[in-house]
Structure formats: C-alpha cells, structure tokens
Design a protein around this ligand. Structure first.
Ligand code: SF4
Length: 303
C-alpha cells in the first residue's frame, strides 16, 4: 500500500467541504468567519495527525465509530471533508453500537446518516444488561461497558472488512489518561494516536488526537449535531477522570499553553532521562563510556 505522504488540509477546499453537511443558518458574517476558522483548524489538526502517524493508506476502509456524542460526530464530519481532497482514496463506514440502554433514541443516528448519504451499520448488542448484572451496586460501569463495546466493535470491523477503526478521542482524553495512569496505574502511558489491537487483528486510529476538546465542543454546537447523551444508562461519571479533567481545565485557564506543552511532551520522550531499564540500557553506560574514550584516543593518535 502506498503511504500517505501529504494530506494538504491547509489548502483544501473548505467551502466545498462545508457543503457536505447541511449547515446551520448563519446570518451573521462574523459568526460564519469564526466557523470557517474553526473548521479549518480542525481539518488542519486532523490532517496533520493522519500524516504524522500514517493513519490512512490508499484503499483503506475506515470504520468510524459513532457514539452520538460531539467527538464522534466531529470526527466523521472532518474525515468526510478531508476525504474529498485527500491524495489517497479511502472509504468511510460509520458504525454505531446500540447497547440497549433504556431510552436510547434508535432513530436519531439512522436519520442523520441517511440524510448525509454515508454508508453505516447499527450494531445491536445488549451490553447494558451485562454491565448491570456484573457491576456491583454503586460502582462505576464505564470501564466494563467500554471494554464490551470495544470487543464488539473490533469483531464487527473484521466482519465488514474495515482496515482501520477510527475512535474519536481528542487531546484532552489523551492527557487525562496519561495522568490517570500515573496517579493510579504506576505507569507512564497515555492513549496512542495509532495502535495495533492486542490480538493483532485491528489497527485503531485516533484522528482527533491533536484537537482541543473546546474546539470540538464549539464545532459540534455550531453544526447542531443531534447529540445522544452517554448517561442514558444512569451511570455515575468516572469520578477520578472528572477530577483530572477539572485539574487540566484549571491549569489551562491559569497557565495558557500548558496543555500544548504537555501534549508535546507525550510526543517527545527522552528514555535516557527517565528510569525505565527496559527502554534504556543504564547498565551498559560504562561500556559506552569506554568505547567513547577509546574512540577519542584513536582520533588523537591519527592526528
Ligand atoms: S456512561 Fe453508560 S453508556 Fe456511557 S460508557 Fe459509561 S456505562 Fe457505558
């Protein structure tokens, strides 16, 4: 497969991309300008993430996981708009999982996707009952729910011949996970923009990895996406994640640029300045030193 070498989000035809999705009425010229700027920024960030991690190749069939939340709607919309100007051909198929939560509005996503003319599937799996049965009273259900959802979606991707699975996690999701893993998992890991599933069968991509949550929220508001809330199950939000989320939001307010810097740090790791013996050969430093010294002596002798 030919690798993706450019994805020109800067020069892409934003006007034609906008017309892909019925736009909310914007009579105010200033609001229109702001919207175009925001859309351009999201397109640029998604395009850059795709290039940097070589997320999409020629001929890929990308399964876009659509929950009905702001992030996945935005991801689908931006991928559709980039698709028109991409230097490689790839197709998109949206997949929503109906987890049989009480009150889930089954008609919303099919209506929306029919209107866009996007290929889609609704995967029906009653994970709601499983989660309710297996999770002790008062405990948060999201971890098991997500695991079950992920398992079903990964399996379904194979069934429909998807070569990539796109998830709508953004910059803040990645940073929150980094801190949660440090605080509670004793490990320095976040959420990678691209990964191979544990069984080696699926490649997962996160095209929104460079996008700010606030931009996505604003874009979603202006696009008037028909949002389906993720709390129909009645679950309590993950309290620890919320604490970390608030902490990051507070830092962002008090110290503008801090989140950018932290995200950059995730992409710029120096194993020799950490303490993981599996990533850096600390025991071999003496041998390295001896080799360097020998090299210097030899250089002096040659002169
Ligand atoms: S809020 Fe409910 S549906 Fe959403 S991930 Fe948690 S348990 Fe699952």
């Amino acid at each position: 497969m030919q690798p993706l070498d450019y994805f020109d989000p800067a020069t892409a035809d934003v006007a034609s991309a906008v017309s892909l999705q019925p736009q909310p009425e914007m009579h105010d010229a200033k609001q229109k300008r702001e919207f175009n700027k925001l859309q351009k920024r999201l397109r640029r960030e998604v395009g850059n993430a795709i290039i940097d991690y070589q997320m999409i190749d020629e001929g890929d069939r990308v399964m876009v996981c659509l929950s009905g939340g702001k992030d996945s709607y935005t991801m689908l919309e931006i991928l559709r708009s980039l698709q028109r100007n991409a230097p490689v051909n790839f197709s998109l198929v949206a997949v929503n999982m109906d987890q049989k939560q009480p009150g889930f509005p089954e008609h919303v996503l099919p209506q929306y996707l029919d209107r866009l003319g996007v290929e889609y599937h609704i995967l029906e799996r009653d994970t709601y009952s499983v989660v309710k049965e297996k999770t002790p009273e008062g405990k948060t259900t999201c971890a098991l729910c997500s695991r079950l959802r992920r398992g079903s979606l990964y399996g379904f991707a194979e069934e429909i011949g998807a070569t990539k699975i796109a998830l709508g996690h953004h910059r803040e999701d990645i940073l929150e996970t980094l801190f949660l893993n440090m605080f509670f998992g004793g490990t320095l890991k976040a959420m990678p923009p691209k990964l191979l599933s544990d069984d080696g069968k699926n490649i997962v991509i996160r095209p929104l990895a460079y996008c700010k949550e606030a931009d996505i929220a604003e874009f979603s508001r202006l696009m008037e996406f028909p949002i389906i809330p993720c709390n129909l199950c009645g679950s309590q939000p993950n309290l620890q994640r919320q604490v970390v989320k608030d902490m990051l939001a507070e830092w962002d307010k008090k110290h503008p640029g801090r989140l950018e810097s932290m995200f950059k740090a995730v992409t710029n790791v120096a194993p020799s300045q950490l303490a993981d013996r599996t990533l850096f050969d600390f025991a071999g430093l003496e041998a390295k030193q001896a080799a360097l010294m020998a090299g210097r002596i030899q250089a002096l002798n040659v002169r």
